[in-house]
Design a protein around this ligand. Structure first.
Ligand code: ZN
Length: 71
């Protein structure tokens, strides 16, 4: 039995064509992806809200850091 992934925004099962390779993955649609982006920007995710820039950089892979912060 294969259990399909569900969209983290609307909790519907992802359509078969979205299976790790669609541009909207892991969401079911571009609309849900935008909702997620909006939540990030509006600070709904408290884990981001309370981080200082230094802490935030600490969570990123090194190749996504600005050059001056790379060790
Ligand atoms: Zn969705």
């Amino acid at each position: 039995m294969i259990r399909r992934l569900t969209c983290p925004i609307c909790n519907r099962e992802l359509p078969p064509e979205i299976d790790g390779n669609a541009s909207v993955f892991p969401f079911c649609s571009a609309r849900c992806k935008e909702v997620d982006l909006f939540r990030w920007f509006s600070g709904d995710y408290a884990v981001v809200e309370n981080l200082t820039p230094d802490q935030l950089y600490g969570l990123l892979p090194e190749d996504e850091l600005p050059p001056e912060l790379r060790g």
